[in-house]
Design a protein around this ligand. Structure first.
Ligand SMILES: [Zn+2]
Ligand SMILES: [Zn+2]
Length: 145
């Protein structure tokens, strides 16, 4: 007799994904897999991040869920929290910092602090992106970008 273990899984639907991604205020970026909502690309990305993708359709990705699994409206698990963090902001903010840094580089923006000579870096604050000194907190130089 074969015993087939029922997989604990949840559906990451396109609707849920868009909703989570809106937290990142990252909208209509044609290079972002979450903005374009291409579930096949998203499935590939999730595999790279170490998730076990069980199945994928044009509007959903089925992901294996194991840690602290509680079946409730599709399940709550540590995997969902992790996914939420990736989709809702952390990843998108990193992308935006990368894009901003590239822009500044192209415009030959000096990335050296005029006050202490250390490198400047793009930072994300409550009022948006700015250049901050890597010598912080000793050096408090900032510049609007
Ligand atoms: Zn996006
Ligand atoms: Zn400085």
């Amino acid at each position: 007799m074969t015993y087939i273990k029922k997989e604990k899984a949840f559906n990451l639907t396109a609707t849920k994904l868009k909703h989570w991604h809106h937290y990142a205020k990252h909208i209509n970026n044609p290079d972002c897999i979450f903005c374009t909502c291409d579930m096949y690309k998203i499935a590939e990305f999730l595999k790279e991040q170490g998730f076990e993708v069980l199945d994928v359709g044009h509007a959903w990705v089925k992901i294996k869920a194991e840690k602290n699994y509680k079946p409730f409206h599709g399940g709550t698990t540590d995997e969902i929290n992790l996914l939420f963090n990736i989709i809702s902001g952390k990843k998108a903010v990193q992308d935006q910092v990368k894009i901003k840094t590239e822009e500044l580089r192209k415009n030959n923006e000096p990335m050296i602090c005029p006050q202490c000579g250390k490198t400047l870096k793009v930072r994300n604050g409550p009022y948006g992106f700015f250049l901050g000194c890597t010598g912080y907190p000793k050096c408090r130089y900032t510049k609007n970008i």
